[in-house]
Write a protein of this length. Structure first.
Length: 130
């Protein structure tokens, strides 16, 4: 499957071009997900062209200390919940997201459980530890 690794600075422009290009028209966002690479985070976008029956993956690396990337909600409405889920589980901030708040975990949850450095606290033991 075809993929692009790009910087966060050109994400919005690149995705706009992919969505509106006559020869590609990636008009559907299938998913947004996070990956903890221990030294950095990666945001992975899966796009699909219904006209050309093609997929493309876009990967953006973010520094661990300040994982911020521009939201794609203005381009794809499907980005809304996917970005919120990625924020909720990894703590990746999607700048200018219309409602960036937890979607799966309680609002008072501390930490981001899909980060590799996340430690379970006593009150949140896994079922195997109870």
């Amino acid at each position: 499957m075809e993929y692009l690794e790009i910087t966060k600075e050109i994400l919005v422009e690149t995705v706009n071009n992919l969505k509106n290009a006559e020869d590609k028209q990636f008009n559907m966002m299938l998913s947004v997900s996070g990956v903890d690479k221990q030294d950095c985070f990666e945001v992975v976008y899966h796009l699909f062209s219904t006209a050309f029956k093609k997929n493309i993956i876009i990967k953006v690396k973010l520094e661990r200390e300040n994982p911020i990337v521009e939201s794609l909600c203005g381009i794809y409405s499907a980005a809304n919940w996917h970005e919120r889920e990625t924020y909720d589980l990894f703590g990746i901030i999607f700048k200018d997201h219309p409602e960036l708040e937890r979607i799966l975990l309680p609002k008072d949850w501390i930490g981001y459980p899909l980060r590799k450095d996340y430690v379970l606290k006593d009150e949140r033991l896994s079922w195997n530890e109870r």
